[in-house]
Design a protein around this ligand. Sequence first.
Ligand code: AMP
Length: 308
Amino acid sequence: MSLTVTGTIGIDSLHAPTGEATNVLGGSCAYFAAAASQLTPVRVVGAVGGDWPEAHEKQLRAFRNICLDGLERRPSSQTFAWGGRYFDNMNRRETLFTRLGVLEEAPPKVPAKYQDSKTVFLANTHPLVQLDLLRQFPNRPFVVCDTMDLWINIARPELTNLLSEVDGVILNDEEAMQLTECRNVVTAGRKILKSGPRSFVVVKKGEHGAILIHRDGVASVPAYPADEAQVVDPTGAGDTFAGGFMAHVARAGTHDFDTLRHAMAWGTVLASFTIESFGLDRLARLDAGQIDDRYRGFRAMTAFDSNR
Ligand code: AMP
């Protein structure tokens, strides 16, 4: 099933106890596509401004399996930019700045040749942009979205609207609690499912894994165990989880409960690589053998026999 993603393609400045990286390639859509492309072809819809560095374009193009025909270049606009700082334990971060740039303008257009996409991911961006993109797919694909604290704060009605039109949502524990005012993530997930998406909610819990709350059941996966030395920069872990998750759904060609349960494992494996370097560097050096080895290892760690 063909997979299309829209979201931010941006310039990130990252500060962590492990080091700093300024003006690197980032954005929800870029991370998602870099991860998904490891498993299946992915089509990108997005916009960048006149300040978009040639080097970033080259880095994105170097991922085979990413189609950039839906990337608009707007010479007189500014590219989305974001800065974040991680606290000592790397589990928490603060946003230093968000420059919306092209997000304040008309949403990018979905190219005609993408309109047959059967699977669509609306990565983090303004909910109005997500809604607009969703409506550009006339054939009602399987649609999943993400969101972030900023949009819950400044665009809650639009976000509520969006949630009622999608099949699933993937968000983190803090966002789920912020959205519902529930302190328990399972309760929060169920509450979101009741009033929103048709089929499921995934709540990501950082180093504590993720929970799938589906109309047909509940499933849980731990995070891939990483020791301190392996965690260099957690930026994009959520987007790459979504990339691995949706890529598995797209290549499976189904989206029943069991497929989504396995998709959580693929998402976890892809995210475990992202955090090993700043920006997209680790994903750029990844190969299928490394992914399969880690998936097999993860399966062995999490499988239980019955009656033992
Ligand atoms: P994650 O660590 O998975 O939450 O994703 C971090 C990425 O999301 C960074 O590359 C940022 O450029 C991008 N980002 C940060 N804030 C936003 C926002 N409000 N909307 C869309 N993308 C964002």
